[in-house]
Design a protein around this ligand. Sequence first.
Ligand code: ADP
Ligand code: F6P
Length: 468
Amino acid sequence: MFKDKFDLVIAANRLPVDRVREGNRSVWRRSPGGLVTAMESVMRGRDGAWIGWSGVPGKAPAAFEQDDMCLHPIALSSDEVTDYYEGFSNGSLWPLYHDVIVPPTFRRRWQAAYEKVNRRFAEAAADLAADKATVWVHDYQLQQVPQFLRELRPDVRIGWFNHIPFPPVELFMQLPARDSLLHGLLGADFLGFQRRTDAQNFLRACRQLLGEDVAVRGDLVQNGDGQVCRAAAVPISIDTRGMAELASTPKVQARAAEIREQLGNPEKLLLGVDRLDYTKGIRHRLKALEEMYREGSLNSACTKFIQVATPSRERLEAYQHIRSEVEQTVGRINGEHSSFGAPPVTYLHRSFPREEMAAMFVAADVMLVTPLRDGMNLVAKEYVAAHDDSGALVLSEFTGAATELKQSYLCNPHDIARTKRTITRALEAPDEERRRRMRAMRRQVLRHDVQHWAERFLSDLAVAPRQP
Ligand code: ADP
Ligand code: F6P
């Protein structure tokens, strides 16, 4: 029998596992994305509950236990998947919060569904939270949960962490639901953001858009009820030691060597690992590489590239579009530059076990992380953790990770000419330079790992002032 009240409740759009069909049966599989990577290791060993969607529309499966956690599926109807998840979350908020790389769409029906589903999450959290419990709400899909939960349970501590960027007010103000979302967030005691700029963007939005309704002083916002909410940067991280240990196991090391052998033992191996999302800059990266293969600054026989593109949000048009562009470009590069059985680009559009991801990280001489905008990008940190002092990281200035991994080869992915030069620099740098850079970045991710992040978030939440 499970407990029915918890001192720590996590609310995230998805559970750490997803219900998927395998042949004619349904099985649970690890959910995609950085949120799950991070929170899975944080929650291991903590006696908490996690509420989230199971990944399929219709009735919610019964609660169940996994890795010391009690998982409580939340039901979403087919219409809610369309309107709350695909519509408001990923058709309005996602592009708006990522620098409008594609134009956001605003529909009143989507906004209504978002509010309804946020209420459902708040009710579930209110039911599961013990007296004075801590409820940790995650990400842009649940921005109204803090307010709805506060109305139901004034006794609980409410924290919210945004895994993605928070946009500048000039963009945020496009959102018709902007006031409801700001008031939604102000129901929390503490709001955590990836970068200082994100926290400042939020504070500025409150000051500029809510006017007399709130008072903003430093990093505190007081709303009309006198309740105070603090906003600050708490950058997320990875289970650094876990990844480092996994990467150094004989099995992973052998698999890394095998991957290189299967690719014909190239002199240099480049790697990209992303959800297939238009924010990740995969198209820009491929354009740079295509030009380099064409001009001969990369030799297709000696330098190979693996692109892992994890399937994501496949029913949305913008995602179908980026997939077809990426696949056409990969086809064109391979068509022009392959020899028999030896294409320069290996394109993998599926999920892999963690060991296989670690083996790819170990195998790669240079990791290409070139998003146009990314809250953090955990892949960059995983690559650093998987290497002792070998390897090189090319990293977009538009990721949260760039604030911390300053010894990477930083690039502006929009500037194709300079990105090409940066890739060449990373490939040709003297071993000593690469070692120095990797060692410094490794120290950073070892010191600031995911447990450190969670402890910082929870202690900031615990001491956040409720009254001015
Ligand atoms: P996002 O949250 O936007 O997807 P992150 O880089 O922050 O991006 O996190 C992605 C996480 O998903 C990382 O832990 C990465 O190792 C993992 N991942 C990405 N692609 C795959 C894949 N094809 N199979 C398994 N894990 C993957
Ligand atoms: O980090 C951003 C994020 O939206 C997370 O919420 C989630 O872990 C990941 O990307 C995957 O997205 P989705 O849940 O839409 O498949």
